[in-house]
Design a protein around this ligand. Structure first.
Ligand code: ZN
Ligand code: ZN
Length: 176
C-alpha cells in the first residue's frame, strides 16, 4: 500500500509497521483505532460493517482505490486493451463460424439450383419426346383426307360402270 493510506479516525502519520483496514462503509482504520471500536460496527459512521486488511495481497480492485492516477491509467489502459483484444478475438471466432456456415449454405444452394436445372431439362426433353410420340400417333387420323382423294377415281370407274350398264340396258330395251 502507498502513503495515501491514513487512518480516518486518528490521522496519525503511518509508521513502517503500521497496518490499515478498510470497512465496506468506506472508512480506513489503523490497527489501534480498529480495536477501539465494536466488532462489526464502524466507529465513525456506526454502520454495521466488515473490514479487510490492506496489504500487497489485498484484492487488486480494492488496491486500486489507493493508487495514483498514473498507476490507475496504466493499470486500466492495460486491462482495457486486454479486454478489447479478448472481445475482438471472441467476435472474430463468431464471424468465422458464420462465414463458414454461409459458405456451406451457399454451396448447398448452388447444388440445389443445379439439380433443379437438370430436372427441368429432363422434363423438357421428356415433354419433347412425349409430343413426338403424340404427333406420330395422331398422323393416321389426319390421313383419311388423302385417302378420300383416292376414292373419286374408284367411284368414277364405278360411275362409268353404272353408265355403261344403263346404256347397255337402254340398247337392250331398244332391241326389245
Ligand atoms: Zn487510527
Ligand atoms: Zn463507516
Amino acid at each position: 500500500m502507498t502513503s495515501r493510506v491514513f487512518c480516518n479516525r486518528c490521522f496519525q502519520p503511518p509508521h513502517r509497521t503500521s497496518r490499515f483496514s478498510l470497512t465496506n462503509c468506506g472508512h480506513v482504520y489503523c490497527d489501534i483505532c480498529l480495536h477501539k471500536g465494536k466488532k462489526d460496527e464502524c466507529l465513525i459512521c456506526k454502520a454495521p460493517c466488515c473490514t479487510v486488511l490492506l496489504s500487497k495481497h489485498t484484492d487488486l480492485s480494492i488496491q486500486a482505490f489507493f493508487m495514483g492516477i498514473d498507476g490507475l491509467c496504466t493499470k486500466y489502459s492495460k486491462e482495457t486493451s486486454q479486454i478489447s483484444e479478448f472481445q475482438e478475438k471472441h467476435k472474430r471466432r463468431l464471424l468465422a463460424f458464420y462465414r463458414e456456415k454461409i459458405s456451406r449454405l451457399e454451396e448447398s444452394l448452388r447444388k440445389a439450383i443445379l439439380q433443379i436445372e437438370q430436372l427441368q431439362s429432363m422434363k423438357s426433353s421428356q415433354q419433347t419426346a412425349f409430343n413426338t410420340i403424340k404427333n406420330s400417333m395422331s398422323m393416321p387420323l389426319a390421313k383419311p383426307t388423302g385417302h378420300l382423294h383416292l376414292l373419286p377415281s374408284s367411284s368414277d370407274s364405278e360411275r362409268y360402270r353404272y353408265i355403261n350398264t344403263q346404256s347397255s340396258r337402254k340398247s337392250l330395251n331398244q332391241h326389245l
